[in-house]
Design a protein around this ligand. Structure first.
Ligand code: FAD
Length: 449
């Protein structure tokens, strides 16, 4: 069979390579690490989680939880590694990041159908099928090469949150609790603020020095991942209704509801490091240390294991450039998977890699590509990337999986009932479609986990 080149061993590339290989299609997986790294990638492993260690809600009545369930049913290597490396985080599927990436790396390295070739890809191979899964931080040389193929500029900006060392957080101030006692009830650390403390913090945040983008760069942020200072500029209370909202939390020491909180989520099973939830920022590193330590109660002695950062986000205008099978209209041997195709998020990127594997497998085997129904989370993501979920002139932007990109369920219903209805419809339609996915049966020659 023809070999497929997959460029990028991230969330999308590993899932795509694995799903092709386990269906008998040989793959060359080309990953630039360890020779070269993006500013956010640190480890040598494949499928690195560059920011949060959370794959978000695992509740199947949320859109992302539904996507988890579908990927599990499809035998996703990413979901299986996540389940095997889970750490407590309420109803979220959070993972111990090295164990997670290590498990995926091992699955690929041990598969006879996958050859891993290290080194930056600067030019696309001249022939054969190619999957571009080089992610939001595609290297500059490859970005220029892709721009030549698609004919447009390919980037915008968003930002990542800091990580703190546990033993540097003042536990006389922080209290452990999940909102409304979800999950174990105490998976998060909360730093409570009074109204005065909150407003002093906001004033500092607004005045703080920010990293200025280069003159030629126009910062365009993804709405779901706005830097805190950009939110603060929209109104002094925007953060208190956003990532710093106190709802469902009560300080057990005072019995009071805080005016605002900074929530910290566990980064590793041992709870030695904690992520500042929703605190992506482009404050300079010096200003982050000064403002967070002096104006967030409990962080006076904070040790920052990673600072918040600004980062580029590379993606193509998929609805106009790609066919329904995610191949480039003008060069159908080229496929796009993951964030570069305009999905947002770890799990969404893996799901998109899976979709490309299915479409490409169908093409290589001369069979009909039967996409997942639009009513499933997998199908809804595909609808978003190909533009079917949006009006024709809608400007394409990376999106997380949300019920808003599913075909609507109309009629008056309570929110929870509607979510349950989306979930039930998806479950039924996925089951009917599943045989088209050709998931190798356990025990078959192509089945290797
Ligand atoms: P990646 O996982 O980034 O994989 C791309 C791979 O391609 C990398 O391993 C890279 O080294 C390699 N590569 C790049 N260029 C080349 C080249 N020329 N040759 C060979 N290899 C190359 N999503 C979340 O759900 N939660 C978060 O907290 C989150 N935080 C983020 C923080 C940052 C800084 C960024 C940039 C993104 C974040 N995202 C987050 C969004 C995004 O969904 C994830 O980055 C996700 O990993 C994207 O998957 P991917 O497979 O498309 O890209």
């Amino acid at each position: 069979k023809q070999r497929v080149t997959v460029i990028g061993g991230g969330l999308a590339g590993t899932e795509c390579a694995y799903q092709l290989a386990r269906r008998g299609v040989p793959v060359v997986l080309r990953e630039m690490k360890p020779h070269k790294r993006s500013p956010a990638h640190k480890s040598d492993a494949l499928a690195e989680l560059v920011c949060s260690n959370s794959l978000r809600s695992d509740n199947p009545e949320s859109a992302i939880g539904l996507l988890h369930a579908e990927l599990r049913a499809l035998g996703s290597v990413v979901l299986s590694a996540a389940d095997a490396n889970r750490v407590p985080a309420g109803d979220a599927l959070a993972v111990e990041r090295d164990g997670f990436s290590g498990a995926i790396t091992q699955s690929l390295l041990s598969h006879p159908g996958v050859e891993l070739v290290a080194g930056e890809v600067e030019r696309l191979p001249d022939e054969g099928p190619v999957v571009i899964a080089s992610g939001p931080l595609t290297s500059d040389a490859l970005t220029r090469e892709l721009e030549r193929h698609v004919g447009t500029k390919l980037y915008f900006y968003d930002a990542i949150a800091p990580i703190l060392s546990a033993d540097s957080i003042d536990m006389n101030v922080a209290f452990r609790q999940s909102r409304y006692g979800k999950g174990g009830g105490d998976d998060y650390l909360n730093l409570p603020m009074t109204k005065d403390e909150y407003h002093r913090f906001i004033a500092e945040l607004k005045a703080g020095q920010k990293v200025v983008p280069h003159a030629f760069e126009e910062p365009k942020y993804f709405e779901g991942c706005l830097p805190i200072e950009v939110m603060a500029e929209r109104g002094d209370d925007t953060l208190a209704y956003g990532p710093m909202k106190p709802v469902g939390l009560r300080d057990p020491r005072t019995g009071q509801d805080p005016y605002a909180v900074v929530q910290l989520r566990m980064e590793d099973v041992g709870g030695t490091s904690w992520n500042m939830v929703g605190f992506q920022t482009r404050l300079t590193w010096g200003e982050q240390k000064r403002i967070f330590a002096n104006f967030i109660p409990g962080l006076q002695q904070a040790e920052f294991l990673r600072m918040g950062q600004i980062h580029r986000n590379t993606f193509i205008d998929s609805p106009r450039l790609l066919s329904k099978d995610l191949s480039l209209k003008t060069e159908p041997r080229l496929y796009f998977a993951g964030q570069v195709s305009g999905v947002e998020g770890y799990v969404e990127s893996a799901a998109c890699g899976y979709l490309v594997a299915l479409a490409l497998h169908a093409k290589l085997t001369g069979t009909e590509w039967v996409p997942p129904p639009a009513t499933t989370a997998m199908g809804a993501l595909l609808r978003h990337v190909t533009g079917e979920a949006h009006p024709p002139d809608y400007p394409h932007q990376p999106s997380n999986i949300i019920f808003g990109i599913f075909p609507p369920i109309t009629g008056r219903m309570k929110k929870a009932e509607k979510r349950a209805a989306y979930s039930a419809r998806a479950k039924q339609d996925l089951a009917a479609w599943l045989p088209h996915a050709g998931v190798p049966a356990a025990g078959s020659p192509e089945h290797r986990e």
